[in-house]
Design a protein around this ligand. Structure first.
Ligand code: PMP
Length: 436
């Protein structure tokens, strides 16, 4: 008898966990991961033909939704003329100018191929420029998977139940200090003790990798003051928030001037792009002008630059961010109503088109240790039901939801009723098996 293996079996046989990035494996929710076959606008379809309202948006890049005509057109037109040359291209210059227009504090930008690479390279630059080694990060913030930054790093590790990754030499982690978010005292103390050893403080100004831990402005201002006072640099990691919450990201929203910004996701329009940017005095220390080495075979390739450029051009249309805000507010209101009518404790956290279900009672968390560990269990029970009700949500309690310009009021309302259905099923105590 011929045994036909399923795609999932083949995936698991050929790739660790059947995936190329861990959270996709559905390790902390019920059921097996469906394979997605197609996306159009605000919706995705799996290989079984089931349709979902997509609230993942490929984890952030797809602010215009799936297969936006302007992006598809730019990519296909560019592809016909060659995918990569390893030489600077026109779209790259134009994308650089547009990125810098969003971030007036910066004069120059270097493109790389992922958010991880952007932060890793910016950390090297900060160390090279200051001649210091210690880097300070915050518990629950994720800055990619480079050695030394994989300590208490939010969703991916938390979903696996890991504090840090194996394989990172202890010597590296000793150069990374980890502070709690939302804690002025801890930050002051660390700077008082070792301020002259600190090269860089890096933070997601809108932390969105351990749920959405919205920070008080005063806390970010203090980080600016402490770093300035002690000759350290401040990096805003805007891989998620850049061009998502405003053209100038959280830097624009807060009006606080960092020394370095890292970008990813939206600047690549769905293709692999990361970027780091800063004033010329800092960026000119990067090779070939300066001694800090960093390079990349596919960096700035025409295809990825074309996708990013087409995306940023669309975002320049009047009213785009107001529309995202309006749809975000509609989803927040709908989800909040659904939670209030259910037996599940929770509130909705939101900034613009980024939303998170904080499934716990009381004040919504602003730091990692304020997140109720039981929330992940509630989410596990909800997730499969939300999926079965036709809404694609991230398979982790610590991941946020993203809306796009393609989400209409009707899509948002479908996402609201999916949560209502799931909450109602939970309240009557239906079994928690896989929902498919
Ligand atoms: N920084 C932040 C704030 C991120 O959210 C991410 C990815 N989610 C990264 C860095 C790493 O980006 P990438 O996955 O493209 O390497």
């Amino acid at each position: 008898m011929v045994v036909v293996k399923s795609l999932l079996e083949r995936a698991r046989a050929a790739m660790p966990g059947g995936v190329s990035s861990p959270v996709r494996a559905f390790g902390s929710v019920a059921g097996d991961p469906p394979f997605l076959a197609r996306g159009a606008g605000a919706e995705v379809w799996d290989t079984e033909g089931r349709r979902y309202v997509d609230l993942v948006g490929s984890w952030g890049p797809l602010i215009l939704g799936h297969a936006h005509p302007a992006v598809v057109e730019a990519v296909t037109r560019t592809a016909r003329d060659g995918l990569t040359f390893g030489a600077t291209c026109e779209a790259e210059v134009e994308l650089a100018e547009r990125v810098l227009a969003g971030y007036p504090f910066a004069d120059k930008v270097r493109f790389v191929s992922s958010g991880t690479e952007a932060v890793m390279s910016a950390v090297r630059l900060a160390r090279g420029a200051t001649g210091r080694d210690v880097v300070v990060k915050f518990e629950g913030c994720y800055h990619g998977h480079s050695d030394g930054l994989l300590v208490k790093g939010g969703s991916g590790l938390a979903t696996q139940g890991l504090p840090a990754s194996a394989g990172v030499p202890e010597a590296y982690t000793r150069l990374t200090e980890v502070l709690p978010l939302d804690d002025e005292e801890a930050a002051r103390k660390l700077f008082a003790e070792q301020g002259d050893r600190i090269a860089l403080v890096l933070i997601e100004p809108i932390p969105a990798n351990a749920g959405l831990l919205l920070q008080r402005r005063a806390f970010l201002e203090l980080l600016r003051e402490l770093t300035t006072e002690h000759g350290a640099l401040l990096l805003f990691d805007e891989v998620i928030s850049g061009f998502r919450v405003a053209p100038g990201g959280a830097t624009e929203l807060f009006g606080i001037r960092p020394d370095l910004v890292t970008l990813g996701k939206i600047v690549g329009g769905g293709l692999p792009v990361g970027a780091y940017l800063a004033p010329a005095a800092l960026m000119d220390q990067v090779a070939p002008l300066g001694p800090v080495y960093q390079a990349g075979t596919l960096s700035g390739n025409p295809l990825a630059m074309a996708a990013g450029l087409a995306t940023l051009r669309e975002l320049e249309r009047p009213g785009v961010y107001a529309a995202l805000e309006e749809r975000g507010a509609r989803l927040e209101a709908g989800w909040s109503r659904a939670l209030a009518r259910s037996a599940v404790d929770g509130t909705v956290r939101r900034v613009g088109s980024i939303l998170w279900l904080a499934l716990q009672a009381g004040t919504p968390p602003r730091s990692w240790h304020a997140i109720d560990a039981r929330a992940a269990e509630v989410y596990r029970d909800l997730h499969g039901r939300v999926l079965a009700a036709g809404t694609w949500m991230a398979p982790s309690a610590y991941e946020v939801a993203f809306l796009s310009t393609a989400h209409t009021a009707e899509h948002v309302d479908r996402a609201v009723s999916a949560l209502e259905t799931a909450l109602a099923a939970l309240s009557v105590g239906e079994g928690t098996g896989p929902a498919q």
